[in-house]
Design a protein around this ligand. Sequence first.
Ligand code: ATP
Length: 214
Amino acid sequence: MAEHEIPRATAKRLPIYYRYLKLLLDAGTTRISSTELSDAVKFDAATIRRDFSYFGALGKRGYGYDVKALLAFFSEVLNQEDLASVALVGVGNLGQALLNYNFHQSSNARISAAFDVNPDIVNTIKSGVPVYSLDDLEKQISDQRIEVAILTVPATVAQDIAHRLEACGVKGILNFTPLRLDVSKDVLVQNVDLTNELQTLLYFINNFSADEAK
Ligand code: ATP
């Protein structure tokens, strides 16, 4: 079945399967049942069997799934062989933490260029990643064929940078600023608002406790 025919919900689970299967293979496990996989990744076994069925009959009754074969298959679907270069704009506290984070270990992405306006860090290397001046944004993005950018700048400048990223061909933005970006429909924006997430968690915890107290 062609990749574009995989249901969206299934496609979203593939990286999770991939990561777990890779751990198994590294630990020397050669086969796994859908029930064992279910315990590990917390999707029910029927969902897993249905997901895998989109790729043909990969499992064998009484044997389970061949870890190596599954992994080879998923790595092809997920383009794990193609290492995606990602840009990071804004090397502040959060930006530096992300530069330090080893995305490459568990995904097919790595940050290959960072950008900032602070002269103290421009033209330095942070966690192995060169920090360029924001003036070099367009040149580096096009030279390195970067299509994805992480935005960790102050919210006040986020929209302007998003426009510049779009203009030089970026197709996806992981937006850590609280600003909702205005970009064309050709650019996918994934918002990660950590403060909001924490507030939501606190809200649910407080409400839950209040209900319990009644
Ligand atoms: P964080 O929100 O990541 O904890 P911070 O408090 O360290 O950040 P911010 O003021 O949010 O600092 O700025 C984040 C980074 O973005 C800083 O390194 C700052 O120099 C940089 N920055 C500010 N304006 C721009 C801009 N227009 N383009 C690129 N980087 C910028």
